[in-house]
Design a protein around this ligand. Structure first.
Ligand SMILES: C[S@@+](CC[C@H](N)C(=O)[O-])C[C@H]1O[C@@H](n2cnc3c(N)ncnc32)[C@H](O)[C@@H]1O
Length: 179
């Protein structure tokens, strides 16, 4: 799913990239292999930070990756730092999705992009997606339709927004450019 989602974004040769909710760090490694720039990962779980550092030890040693502890709600980076921000299988858990999207927008360079990839959306053709219609709120996760995803990007300030899906797998990816 990550490869499917990221196949829709082009990574520049010297891009500075942030992967939000980096988890075990596999997306950080994929991105580090795709650019000669630097890839940052951030996660609010100390365990994920440790796992991600381990997975990316080789890239960190070369100065091509850096893993930080922190939340998407308060990113420890200056305005306009990143050419690309990715968020894979994480946005549905963010505590305040609309505000968190604006915080991500803040750290994207003008002309830079946000790519969100997820494996659940409202309206997908899977049993889990139908169960989530009932239980998402209880589980504390966002369960958004394609149109609501598009709106999330637009409301945060992104333009050229595109949302793509694989309905039988419930995969969704969304892209937006900071003007
Ligand atoms: C299902 S894992 C996905 C990890 C990774 N992106 C991947 O594709 O393998 C979700 C990750 O999002 C992180 N996460 C959830 N809420 C977060 C937040 N508010 N700020 C930063 N990371 C968060 C979790 O700690 C977890 O590591």
């Amino acid at each position: 799913m990550t490869d499917w989602g990221l196949s829709h974004v082009s990574v520049g040769k010297y891009d500075t990239i942030l992967d939000v909710g980096c988890g075990g760090g596999r997306t950080v490694s994929k991105l580090a292999a795709a650019t000669e720039g630097k890839v940052y990962g951030i996660d609010y779980s100390e365990e994920s930070v440790a796992a991600s550092k381990k997975t990316n030890a080789r890239w960190i040693e070369k100065g091509r990756a850096e893993i930080r502890h922190g939340s998407v709600s308060e990113l420890p980076f200056p305005d306009g730092m990143f050419d690309l921000v990715t968020a894979v299988e994480t946005h549905i858990w963010w505590p305040n999705l609309a505000a968190d999207m604006r915080e991500v927008f803040r750290v994207v360079k003008p002309g830079g992009k946000l790519a969100i990839v997820g494996e659940l959306y409202r309206g997908a053709n899977t049993r889990v997606a139908r169960l989530a219609d009932k239980y998402a709120a209880q589980a504390g996760m966002a369960h958004l339709s394609v149109e609501e995803h598009r709106e999330l990007f637009v409301q945060a300030g992104f333009r050229d927004v595109e949302v793509m899906t694989e309905p039988d797998k419930a995969w969704i990816c969304g892209f937006g450019r900071r003007p």
